[in-house]
Design a protein around this ligand. Structure first.
Ligand SMILES: [Zn+2]
Ligand SMILES: [Zn+2]
Length: 260
């Protein structure tokens, strides 16, 4: 197995050196790892990401640990925000990335759905409204075709808030967009560490995406070295139950299928 969603301290909310993350992966017997720290955004954005000036340092510190052990890929976790598509395109051209992840954290200007600072908004707005906004952005992120795969599909459940009824109504448009635009998605085990107490996305999403033939990766979203490969056996079991027999890896933005 691989882990393609690993952060570094350059984003100001992760700890440990790239080498320490790599050492956990070696210990677990992972085949590859990929760093994907939060992308730089223009200066007026939040501080929970690497600064534009740190981009060369980011690449350098990962390149430094390459070659001595398992393959180490270099990517970015990019915030998809409407209007900043050309910013992402510029970042994409700055380095021969192995992969770019598309994420929706901001559901409207200044409101990150996973930030505890805005937790009270779950009391102020109907949960359904928050989910509607999130998934609208998520589908747009997929349609932008800027990304190789999209992250943590049902992130707005992080604090445990889910709308009533069959949530497939949210999953289906996203899965349709993944099919139409040829992107993959991740099963992100960080959800198991949060109030959601569930992998992002829920099993129904994985099941429907599997039927639709959408490629999947299992990632930890590690913000500390000990989180690398977190609960991967459990995630693998769920993916298998949904019918997945393969995963994918990336090299210079080429998607390569591999059996599990
Ligand atoms: Zn983060
Ligand atoms: Zn994220």
């Amino acid at each position: 197995m691989n882990d393609y969603h690993i952060h570094t301290p350059l984003c100001h909310h992760a700890v440990g050196t790239p080498l320490e993350y790599l050492q956990t992966a070696e210990k677990l017997g992972l085949m590859e790892i990929g760093f994907a720290d939060h992308n730089p955004m223009p200066a007026h954005f939040d501080q929970w990401r690497m600064s534009f000036e740190d981009l060369p340092r980011y690449i350098e510190m990962i390149e430094e640990i390459r070659g001595s052990s398992i393959p180490v890929r270099i990517g970015l976790e990019c915030d998809y925000i409407r209007g900043y598509e050309s910013w992402i395109e510029q970042l994409a051209a700055k380095y021969p990335w192995d992969f770019l992840i598309g994420s929706v954290h901001y559901i409207s200007p200044g409101w990150a759905v996973d930030d505890p600072q805005y937790l009270s908004r779950f009391a102020d707005y109907p949960v359904q409204e928050i989910w509607d906004l999130y998934w609208k952005n998520y589908v747009e992120a997929i349609k932008s075709e800027l990304f190789d795969f999209v992250a943590h599909p049902d992130l707005p459940k992080k604090f445990g808030y889910r709308p009533k009824g069959d949530l497939a109504r949210y999953y289906e448009p996203a899965i349709g967009a993944l099919v139409d635009h040829g992107a993959a998605y991740e099963m992100n085990t960080a959800g198991l560490r949060k109030e959601a107490e569930e992998i992002y996305p829920a099993y129904t999403f994985v099941k429907l995406a599997g039927i639709a033939g959408v490629p999947v990766l299992i990632n930890s979203d590690a913000h500390a070295p000990e989180e690398v490969g977190y609960n991967f056996d459990f995630a693998r079991e769920i993916a298998g139950k949904a019918g997945y027999k393969n995963t994918v890896r990336f090299e210079k933005r080429q998607r390569i299928e591999m059996p599990w």
